[in-house]
Design a protein around this ligand. Structure first.
Ligand SMILES: NC(=O)c1ccc[n+]([C@@H]2O[C@H](COP(=O)([O-])OP(=O)(O)OC[C@H]3O[C@@H](n4cnc5c(N)ncnc54)[C@H](OP(=O)(O)O)[C@@H]3O)[C@@H](O)[C@H]2O)c1
Length: 337
């Protein structure tokens, strides 16, 4: 596998990052646990054995089990071979601390390090922007963590483009460690809402690690449209569409169906699967380093998704997927917003 530089961090990462959001995720109504401890370790083994070295988690995933299980798994491996990213914002300790205050950030990073059983995070993302805490205060806190060696690089997830810019500016004028890695929601059918954010990333050499790059599985093509309505879909058994009641709202849209048609057509042309094409489309972003954070629940899905590394798209195929968001009159197909 050919590794790539994660923006300006100097870290060498696999072109695909493994997301672990669904590790330990239990659905209250059905009691379904999407990925249990044993499966999580199998997925991590499969990812690493095929060359993957970049793993994404967060303090609260699976109530801390995601970090705990990664930590257990890492105990038998060389920590230095892996790039670990975690996040803070929501408190694991108190409902009064859902913010980026000094107290919460320090407590949550300490908790993450303990659960992961490691001395440092390669990347700490601010999971959300906290409008109630001046960003320079949070950055000062994170800068301390960098000085202490507990965090190596700082990132930020979903936020408005102007807030991303404000954070960069406040870091610059105060000489604090600045964001070098970002984690927006971004995939072939979800671009407009994040276009400004991505323009900042391109301009400021920030690495982009899109989350939900397969639109929760929608862009794999395993959901079939069965009627004329946007939400008339055939949901495969034991899939996210079956047990996540937000599936349609988050991942399915008129724009999504048209982009999926284009992704499917290109997949046929290059003898690949829609999932591989959707991921390759992200890896090939021309304006910034783009390392999609893909989720997977089976080793077969990991195999398939990592296959994105070995295919190539022509410029025309890349553009066709991008342009599939528009109808023939040049009007954007509707999203759910
Ligand atoms: N920063 C944030 O706020 C934020 C938010 C969300 C996620 N994230 C990060 O991004 C990661 C990825 O998010 P995501 O899980 O939504 O990503 P995704 O890659 O869009 O969706 C993953 C899901 O799609 C299905 N799938 C994956 N590969 C498949 C394949 N080859 N064939 C068929 N189905 C396949 C699986 O679900 P089923 O098999 O169950 O259908 C899998 O759990 C998370 O783990 C997390 O690390 C961050």
């Amino acid at each position: 596998m050919e590794y790539r530089r994660l923006g300006t961090t100097g870290l060498e990462v696999s072109p695909v990052c493994l997301g672990t959001w669904r590790f330990g995720m239990e659905h209250e109504d059905s009691g379904v646990v999407e990925t249990g401890r044993e499966e999580a370790h199998e997925l991590l083994d499969a990812f690493a054995d095929r060359g993957g070295n970049f793993i994404d988690t967060a303090n609260g995933y699976g109530g801390g089990d995601s970090e705990r299980w990664i930590g257990e798994w890492l105990a038998d491996r060389d920590r230095e071979d892996y790039v670990l990213a975690s996040k803070c914002y929501w408190s694991t300790a108190s409902r009064f601390q859902e913010n980026l205050s000094r107290k919460n950030v320090r407590a949550e990073v300490a908790g993450s390090l303990e659960r992961l059983d490691t001395d440092y995070l390669d990347v700490l993302y601010l999971h959300r922007f906290d409008d109630g805490t001046p960003i320079e205060r949070t950055l000062r806190t994170v800068d301390d963590l960098v000085s202490e060696g507990r965090v190596h690089h700082v990132g930020i997830s979903t936020c408005d483009a102007w807030k991303l810019t404000k954070g960069l500016w406040k870091a610059d004028v105060n000489n604090y460690e600045a964001f070098t890695v970002t984690q927006p929601l971004f995939h072939a059918a979800y671009y407009e809402d994040v276009a400004e954010y991505l323009a900042v990333c391109a301009d400021q050499d920030l690495a982009v690690c899109p989350y939900s790059p397969l639109a929760g599985g929608f862009l794999t093509g395993k959901y079939e449209r069965v009627g004329d309505g946007t939400y008339d879909l055939d949901v495969p058994e034991d899939s996210r569409g079956e047990f996540d009641e937000m599936f349609e709202q988050w991942y399915v849209s008129e724009r999504g169906w048209h982009v999926l048609d284009a992704v499917r057509a290109v997949a046929e042309e290059v003898d690949a699967t829609p999932a591989q094409v959707a991921l390759r489309w992200l890896i090939d972003q021309p304006e910034f380093t783009c390392v999609p954070i893909v989720g997977a629940r089976t080793v077969d899905q990991i195999d398939e998704n990592l296959g994105a590394v070995d295919i190539s798209l022509s410029e025309a195929q890349f553009d066709r997927i991008f342009e599939a968001r528009y109808d023939e009159d040049g009007t954007l197909y509707r999203t759910n917003d």
